[in-house]
Design a protein around this ligand. Structure first.
Ligand code: ZN
Length: 223
């Protein structure tokens, strides 16, 4: 397992432990459409354990023996306070960082699991399935719901969305999550992917961008 620690872009100290990732599926209509998935009435939640969290920068390891692995680029919130049954003001106050994650998904395996009515877990929660960038401090982001998210694969623009397109915006999403799962300091919340997801190949060079303020690159390697 990679030795992952949460980091701030400005290198200020971050003493938060590495917790779980709580994720939402189908939070952008255009992505639900490209997956031929029905939008759900309530947010569709799933969890990646702390063992899935790895640094995005540098070599990103994918398990090629388990079938095709898709990228999903998602704005990600670093939680700094315990949240259980919280309201929006408490959710807002608990946000200590904003970054990007790749919700790596073993797509063929996911389809197989979905078809046979099994949970997605194996396709979404494996070791290394949640590469994370460093985090910006919240004061660097003027409006959480107006951030451009881009992913370039070998210099080709593959994903170009905006957090304005989220079906459940960040604060109501955190409130909803906290009804089911207590969020603890060091947990992260992945807020869903815009359209344009696709398969990774060994040797790919990736660049992810959040607005103009966060840019990180990664290369895809075998494990
Ligand atoms: Zn996702």
């Amino acid at each position: 397992m990679e030795n992952y620690r949460h980091q701030f872009i400005d290198y200020s100290p971050c003493n938060l432990p590495v917790g779980k990732a709580v994720c939402v599926g189908l939070n952008y209509a255009a992505h639900a459409a490209e997956m031929s998935s029905q939008q759900t009435a309530d947010p569709l939640l799933f969890i990646k354990p702390s063992t899935a969290l790895v640094p995005l920068a540098g070599g990103m390891k994918i398990p090629t023996e388990l079938g095709d692995c898709h990228f999903e680029t998602e704005m990600t919130i670093l939680i700094g306070e315990r949240l259980s049954g919280c309201n929006q003001a408490q959710a807002q106050k608990a946000i200590v960082g904003i970054g990007l994650a790749l919700d790596l998904t073993l797509r063929s395996l996911q389809t197989e699991l979905k078809t046979s009515g099994q949970p997605w877990e194996k396709s979404k929660a494996w070791d290394g399935a949640c590469p994370l960038t460093s985090f910006l401090k919240p004061e660097k982001i003027a409006d959480l719901q107006n951030q451009r998210i881009r992913l370039y694969q070998n210099e080709q623009l593959r994903q170009d969305g905006n957090t304005a397109q989220m079906l459940t915006p960040v604060l109501p999403l955190i409130v909803y999550i906290s009804r089911f799962f207590t969020l603890e300091p060091g947990d992260v919340v992945l807020t869903g992917t815009p359209e344009g997801v696709g398969p990774l190949a060994l040797g790919d060079q990736l660049r992810v961008e959040l607005g103009e303020v966060l840019v990180e690159t990664a290369s895809v390697v075998g494990r």
